[in-house]
Design a binder for this molecule. Structure first.
Ligand SMILES: Cc1cc2nc3c(=O)[nH]c(=O)nc-3n(C[C@H](O)[C@H](O)[C@H](O)COP(=O)(O)OP(=O)(O)OC[C@H]3O[C@@H](n4cnc5c(N)ncnc54)[C@H](O)[C@@H]3O)c2cc1C
Length: 333
C-alpha cells in the first residue's frame, strides 16, 4: 500500500493537467482496500483508473484512490467460452493484447482504449461496434456505503451507451475485479465503418487493424495530452433536427436515426461547422484531425484554458444550431 500527501497527479491524468491532491492511496489487493480507515482520510474520496476520462479543474482537496489489483485468471473448462477474471488495476489494453494473444475473441475491437479494467466497467467503453457489456458477465465491488463486498451480474450493471448503474451511485462502489466471457470460436465483428474487409483470421489480426485505424485518428496520450472525445454526441428531437438543417444552409448534416424519432448528430461535425478545428485557448487546442477532442497542445495547458475552450465551443454551437453540447469527460471539481 502506498500513501502520499500533497501528491502530484500530472502523470495520473492523460490530459496532463498539473494538479495535486491532498492525499493519494494506491492499494495492491482487496484486503488492503477493505482495511483502510476511510473515516480518517481527507474528503472527498475519488477513485481513479488511468485518468483518461477526467478533467481535474484544479487541485483536489480530498483523497484519490487507485487500484493496483492486477491479476488475470483464466478459468479453462475446455469449452468454447472461456471465463476470465481481471483485477480492476489491470491496464485495459494490456489485457486485450493478452486475450488476443491467447486467440480469444471478444475484446479485439476494444483495442487501444486507454484506461484500466475497473473504469471500463463503469464507463461501458465502446468502439467499432463492440461495448464492454458484450463481454462482461459480472463485476465485483466494495460497497463504501454498506462497507461490504458485493457482486453484480451484467444485467444488474444496467449498461447503456457509456452508461452504467455505477454512474447512478457515484463514489459508492469501488470495483475490484470483473468477470469476462471470451470465445475460442471465431466471432469477428467487422460491420463497423472502416473495419469491413480487414484480415479476420485471428483476434490479433483484427486488433492490429483496429490499432492502425485508431492511431490515424486519435492522439496518443503518451505524446499529446487529452481525454479522448470531450463532448457527447447530442441526441435531439426531429423538430430540433429540422432547425439544424436550416442553420446548416444547404450543407448535408450527418446524422443517425434512433428509436422514438430521435436523431443523433455528431458533435464533431457541429464543432467543425463553427470553425473550431485547430482553435486554441492558452495551451489547449481543438485537435486538428478530430474536433471532438480537446488536446493539451502546448503541454502546459491549465484547467482554466480547457474550460474556457469548452465554454466557447458550447456557446458557438448553441448560437448557430440551438443545440447544447454536454461534456463526456468527467470534470473533477
Ligand atoms: C485518446 C483517447 C481515446 C479514447 N477512446 C475511447 C473509446 O474509443 N471508447 C471509449 O469508450 N472511451 C474512450 N476513451 C475514454 C477513456 O479511455 C475511457 O472512459 C476509460 O474507460 C477510462 O478509463 P480510466 O482507467 O482512465 O478511468 P478514469 O478516467 O480514471 O475514471 C473514469 C471513471 O471511472 C471511475 N473509476 C475508475 N476506476 C474505478 C474503480 N476501480 N472503481 C470504481 N470506479 C472507478 C472514476 O471514478 C471515473 O468516474 C478515450 C480516451 C482517450 C484519452
Amino acid at each position: 500500500m502506498r500513501k502520499e500527501l500533497n501528491f502530484d497527479l500530472t502523470p495520473l491524468n492523460t490530459f496532463r493537467m498539473k494538479v495535486r491532491c491532498a492525499c493519494f492511496i494506491e492499494y495492491d489487493s482487496e484486503e488492503e482496500l477493505t482495511s483502510l480507515d476511510f473515516e480518517s482520510l481527507p474528503k472527498p474520496l475519488k477513485h481513479i483508473g488511468g485518468g483518461s476520462n477526467l478533467l481535474f479543474t484544479g487541485d483536489f482537496p480530498g483523497t484519490i484512490l487507485h487500484s493496483r489489483i492486477r491479476h488475470v485468471k483464466y478459468v479453462d473448462l475446455g469449452l468454447d467460452e472461456v471465463p476470465v477474471i481481471a483485477g480492476s488495476g489491470v491496464v485495459w489494453d494490456k489485457l486485450v493484447e493478452e486475450l488476443c494473444g491467447h486467440g480469444l475473441w471478444g475484446a479485439e475491437n476494444l483495442s487501444l482504449i486507454p484506461g484500466e479494467v475497473g473504469a471500463a466497467a463503469v464507463q461501458n467503453i465502446g468502439a467499432y461496434g463492440v461495448e464492454f457489456k458484450d463481454i462482461v458477465t459480472g463485476v465485483v465491488c466494495y460497497d463504501l456505503k454498506e462497507r461490504r463486498k458485493c457482486k453484480f451480474t451484467a444485467a444488474e450493471c444496467a449498461y447503456g451507451y457509456r452508461e452504467s448503474m455505477f454512474k447512478e451511485f457515484p463514489g459508492r462502489y469501488i470495483i475490484t475485479s470483473v468477470l469476462l466471457r471470451l470465445s475460442r470460436k471465431p466471432r469477428p465483428r467487422l460491420s463497423y465503418k472502416g473495419l469491413e474487409g480487414v484480415d479476420a483470421s485471428s483476434p490479433a489480426a483484427v486488433r492490429e487493424a483496429v490499432i492502425k485505424i485508431r492511431r490515424s485518428k486519435l492522439p496518443d496520450p503518451e505524446e499529446l495530452g487529452s481525454a479522448g472525445s470531450f463532448f457527447k454526441n447530442p441526441v435531439i428531437s426531429a423538430m430540433d433536427f429540422a432547425k439544424v438543417i436550416d442553420a446548416a444552409q444547404g450543407e448535408a448534416v450527418p446524422h443517425f436515426l434512433l428509436e422514438g424519432g430521435f436523431v443523433k448528430v455528431p458533435a464533431a461535425w457541429l464543432i467543425d461547422q463553427c470553425g473550431f478545428k485547430g482553435e486554441k485557448e492558452g495551451g489547449a487546442q481543438v485537435y486538428e484531425k478530430q474536433p471532438l477532442v480537446i488536446v493539451n497542445g502546448s503541454g502546459e495547458a491549465s484547467p482554466a484554458d480547457v474550460l474556457e475552450l469548452e465554454r466557447r465551443i458550447i456557446a458557438s454551437v448553441h448560437e448557430r444550431f440551438g443545440i447544447t453540447l454536454h461534456p463526456e469527460v468527467e470534470h473533477i471539481i
